[in-house]
Unconditional design. Structure first.
Length: 300
């Protein structure tokens, strides 16, 4: 069995699938309501994600009735762009600014002015948007300097769960691409962006490919979750990427269905057209035979 864990906005879900990708069991643990204390603000407590993860893992193991040793590996996905900041003791400094938080337009404008829009695209292959992680970090620097001074690590939501499971500070390329600090082409953190904005490279996690093993379940995490110590944890992906793959697949299937229906309709119309032609031909042939069988009248 393989386990997938997704930290969403409303809850964390754990799934168990077999080697063929068939879902064998699933369990969702809800999160506390997001905090929206002001317009454009949206925050959640990362520790609540971990509590929900523990419940989801234990729930799916109980539902499936399999031994934890039967879980061969764990893949992570989750809401993208959220800002989780930890202090020197690896404790969460403040509530996470999540993907739908839009308070950082002032920071977006400042980054664009300081670095230059064209340079940003060259460095990261992405524009800077209010939803991205970088301007959220800049907002904390500008408005909560005491919190910013304590920052020793910056993580994305699913990667906070990775840290709690494995003790490793790690992310992977799909989630990193939504921070506005990652060079998508070179697949590494962008040194020019970090230098231009005065951000310490040391606060960023190591970045892996999505299919890489990033760590294993620690004895402490095993005790909390019921997983087996040493279970591999894979890089995974930001939740947008699996969704887009699904959308593209569904779009392709819809196109095939549409193409089939168009071809079938043309075929049906062609058959109907031929039937009409055949009926006209038979009618014409019948009229000709009827005319030929009439007796000739002599002229009076």
């Amino acid at each position: 069995m393989w386990m997938g864990i997704d930290v969403g906005t409303g809850g964390t879900r754990a799934l168990l699938v077999d080697e063929r990708g068939k879902i064998c069991a699933g369990f969702t643990a809800p999160h506390d309501e997001m905090r929206m204390e002001r317009p454009l603000w949206a925050e959640q407590n990362p520790e609540n994600w971990w509590d929900a993860t523990v419940k989801a893992i234990r729930g799916v193991l109980a539902e499936s009735r399999i031994s934890s040793s039967g879980v061969r590996g764990i893949g992570l996905s989750g809401q993208m762009h959220g800002l989780v900041i930890l202090d020197k003791n690896n404790q969460v400094i403040r509530a996470a600014l999540i993907w739908c938080d839009q308070r950082s337009q002032e920071q977006v404008d400042a980054v664009n002015q300081r670095v230059g829009r064209a340079n940003i695209l060259n460095y990261t292959a992405n524009p800077v948007l209010t939803g991205f992680t970088l301007p959220k970090l800049m907002w904390v620097r500008d408005h909560e300097p005491k919190h910013f001074e304590r920052v020793r690590k910056m993580l994305l939501p699913k990667d906070y769960l990775r840290f709690r499971l494995t003790g490793e500070f790690a992310t992977e390329v799909s989630d990193a691409s939504g921070t506005a600090l990652f060079d998508v082409v070179r697949r590494e953190w962008s040194a020019p962006m970090l230098e231009a904005l005065g951000i310490d490279r040391a606060i960023l996690p190591r970045c892996y490919e999505s299919s890489d093993v990033t760590g294993t379940v620690t004895p402490a995490a095993a005790g909390s979750t019921g997983l087996a110590p040493g279970t591999p944890v894979i890089g995974g992906g930001g939740s947008m990427d699996p969704r887009m793959l699904h959308v593209l697949l569904m779009s392709w299937m819809a196109f095939l269905c549409f193409a089939f229906l168009v071809c079938w309709e043309r075929f049906r119309l062609e058959l109907l057209h031929r039937e009409v032609e055949a009926a006209h031909a038979m009618k014409s042939l019948g009229s000709a035979k009827a005319t030929a069988s009439l007796p000739l009248r002599r002229a009076q």
